[in-house]
Design a protein around this ligand. Sequence first.
Ligand code: G
Ligand code: G
Ligand code: MN
Ligand code: NA
Length: 252
Amino acid sequence: IEIESHLRQARVQGELSLVYQPLVDLQRRQIIGAETLLRWTSARLGEMSPEHFIPIAEDSGAIQEIGTMVLQSAFVQGALWARQMGAFRLSVNVSVRQFKSPDFVPLIAGLMAEAPPELVLDLELTEHLLMEDDHKVAETLLQLKKLGVHLSIDDFGTGYSSLSYLKQFPIDILKIDRAFVRDVDQDENSASLTRAILSMAKSLNLDIVAEGIERPQHLDFLLKHACPWGQGYLFSEPVQPARFDRLLLEGL
Ligand code: G
Ligand code: G
Ligand code: MN
Ligand code: NA
């Protein structure tokens, strides 16, 4: 309850902000897009992790307003980068309740109508959402596809991965969870699983992003196994827009 009321205040006081982590073409070591991540710096509570406050915002319903703000601001920023770069992928995390709101598709439709053609929007969904046996979920996914949105599965491999949803739903991208990437150079099981996910993605014609690339050994492994895209501290942590501008200018 207390965090919830602070969160309500946070929106009024402008304590919420967005940071962006570069999405990298691994071969060329070039930025091709960004993942949008929410930050809450509370005057009362300090730095709050979204892992902690997003679930609270979901329960209280505040996620609607916060999620809308995230999408609107990210679009403004992404549109600038898209015009500047000639092409840019903007990815935004979407929570289950936000996705299921009747306002969600109209919001995305409005944003897509205004967006420059160089901007590709990628919505990051959880396996959890796709595992729900809900025809509305499937319907919404199709509506989003019609709007030209790309759909990705975040933290792939960590949920209840029934792979059947890959056949059932119009998914474009898998984001391999960093738990796999972390140990690829040390643990044969992580290496095998990562290779298997890469080859499955390839044969299903899915794009793929490796998350949590922290060390050159991670990158070496992923390049060796033809993983096209990645993110991680090796390239950059999530940064504020001004810093991201500099990364675009100066390279990684
Ligand atoms: O940025 P960080 O690693 O602290 O994020 C922790 C978790 O919070 C991640 O799982 C991420 O997907 C989630 N998250 C970050 N920003 C957002 C957001 O804007 N919306 C939603 N729904 N989740 C977010
Ligand atoms: O669940 P999701 O993939 O949206 O989570 C993104 C989170 O992962 C962000 O909070 C971001 O700060 C964090 N992150 C990004 N790159 C790395 C990395 O290389 N290592 C670790 N440990 N975390 C990372
Ligand atoms: Mn994510
Ligand atoms: Na992830």
